[in-house]
Write a protein that binds this ligand. Structure first.
Ligand code: ADP
Length: 179
């Protein structure tokens, strides 16, 4: 238990854009909960990435997905991740790895973060076979062109994507952001 807050348990931060959250992300969070007592989903407020959804919209979608899971905390942060992590009691950054294409970027980020804070480790989880091809970017592209993304993102995200791209949403499914 050395270096660990016994009261708070083991905490991991799962940072990302989540623009929007997919079942690939959710799978990593759920598997993270098998290892950690608490997972903080930290949504990066990086406007340079020109997100489709505002940070408030992304927060509401992720919160809604985990409304029944009290050990998932959803928050947003600006600036350097290591600065944000320093404000929490997390010692580990959780990241997902898909194909080799993710590796180089993730390797550089993990090394940089460790150089900025030597107490901080990054734990990588391999994507599940069902979601290895799922990324927020391809989800947005397919949804924009009217393709079906059901089963790859939660239903509430399907609806939000249809609304963003002004595609028809079945009437009874027109519900609040937090459903
Ligand atoms: P970022 O903009 O920081 O890459 P993302 O929201 O795209 O944020 O991803 C956050 C994390 O989730 C990253 O570590 C990414 O590799 C991982 N991830 C995204 N999609 C999947 C998936 N389908 N399977 C496993 N990990 C994933």
């Amino acid at each position: 238990m050395k270096g660990e807050d016994k009261d708070m348990g083991k905490v991991a931060i799962y940072p990302g854009s989540f623009d929007p959250i997919t079942y690939g992300h959710i799978d990593i969070i759920e598997r993270g909960l098998e290892i950690f007592d608490k997972v903080i989903v930290a949504i990066a407020e990086n406007e340079e990435k020109r997100p489709l959804f505002s940070v408030e919209e992304r927060l509401r979608m992720v919160k809604s997905c985990f409304k029944d899971t009290p050990n998932v905390i959803v928050d947003s942060f600006k600036g350097l991740l290591v600065n944000y992590v320093g404000k929490t009691n997390a010692k580990v950054i959780l990241r997902g790895l898909r194909a080799t294409s993710d590796f180089e970027y993730e390797f550089h980020m993990a090394s940089m973060n460790r150089s900025l804070n030597t107490q901080l480790d990054t734990l990588f989880m391999m994507t599940s076979k069902d979601y290895f091809f799922v990324s927020s970017r391809t989800i947005k592209e397919v949804a924009r062109l009217g393709g079906a993304v059901e089963g790859l993102v939660p239903d509430l995200v399907v609806r939000r994507l249809k609304e963003k791209f002004k595609l028809p949403v079945p009437k009874k499914r027109r519900i609040g952001w937090d459903d």
